[in-house]
Write a protein that binds this ligand. Structure first.
Ligand code: ZN
Length: 251
């Protein structure tokens, strides 16, 4: 199974569409899951959800698994329905020596000294308003993504936790994602190991592709709502970009 995993937190841009195409190519006619990651309810908007389907239809991508439309998504496929899976995974992680409870503010976190005795496990795991974080010391991740959260301060699972659990749950075997997510892949490999899953990099073939730029700047969803019809490219051109990415990544 290959997955297309957009987040409905803004209108999609050309880079997102090329990512969809890359995943469709990796699926090569096999099973392709549409998994819409909607944990971030604060940024969720129905029009962003609909935009995901509009872009997929424009690209003429046929997915085999996942919601057929926005209504089906809300009724059956929201990540909210998999909350018991995430909670069970967090329960298991809470016993790990690498996971610690941390009430640190953003500023305290940047300092990294964990003044509340977090690293000495002096903070109760079940107290309110605390995050559960990964002790990344001794790993390559410590330079790029130290102390990443598996559970957020509001008690909800983090993106890294949910993504790792979902990839295991759906039996994902290949995934194209932006090169900006390389540290996330490493973080998820760590979470995967702690959960006792098979090694992430062995079970999933990752293609980390470059990010498209526009006038030298990274294109981001937050830069505005330009619908697919305003991109000024054809779906064939989008698939052309995706093909180049995969060719460059294949040894
Ligand atoms: Zn701390």
């Amino acid at each position: 199974m290959v997955r297309i995993a957009p987040t409905p937190s803004g209108y999609l841009h050309l880079g997102n569409a090329a990512n969809f195409a890359a995943n469709a190519l990796l699926a090569a006619g096999g099973r392709l899951l549409l998994r819409i990651d909607d944990l971030d309810r604060a940024r969720f908007r129905p029009e962003y959800l609909q935009d995901v389907f509009d872009v997929l239809h424009w690209l003429e991508i046929e997915w085999t698994d996942g919601p057929r439309d926005a209504t089906d998504f809300q009724a059956h496929w929201s990540q909210e329905y998999r909350m018991p899976l995430y909670r069970e995974a967090l329960d298991r992680l809470s016993a790990s020596e690498r996971i610690f409870a941390c009430p640190c503010s953003r500023r305290e976190l940047a300092d990294g000294t964990h003044v509340h005795g977090c690293l000495k496990r002096e903070v109760d795991m079940i107290s309110g308003g605390i995050a559960w974080r990964m002790d990344t010391r001794g790993t390559a991740l410590h330079d790029t993504m130290p102390w990443f959260a598996v559970r957020k301060k509001d008690g909800r699972p983090s993106y890294q936790l949910a993504c790792t659990v979902d990839d295991q749950y759906y039996g994902i075997r290949a995934c194209a994602r932006g090169a900006d997510l390389l540290p996330s892949t490493e973080a998820q490999a760590l979470v995967s190991d702690l959960l006792g899953y098979a090694p992430l990099r062995e079970r999933i073939r990752f293609v980390h592709h470059p990010l498209l730029t526009e006038g030298g700047e990274k294109i981001s969803k937050s830069r505005g709502a330009r619908s697919v019809r305003e991109w000024g490219v054809s779906s064939e051109e989008v698939f052309g970009i995706a093909r180049e990415w995969i060719a460059a990544a294949t040894p």
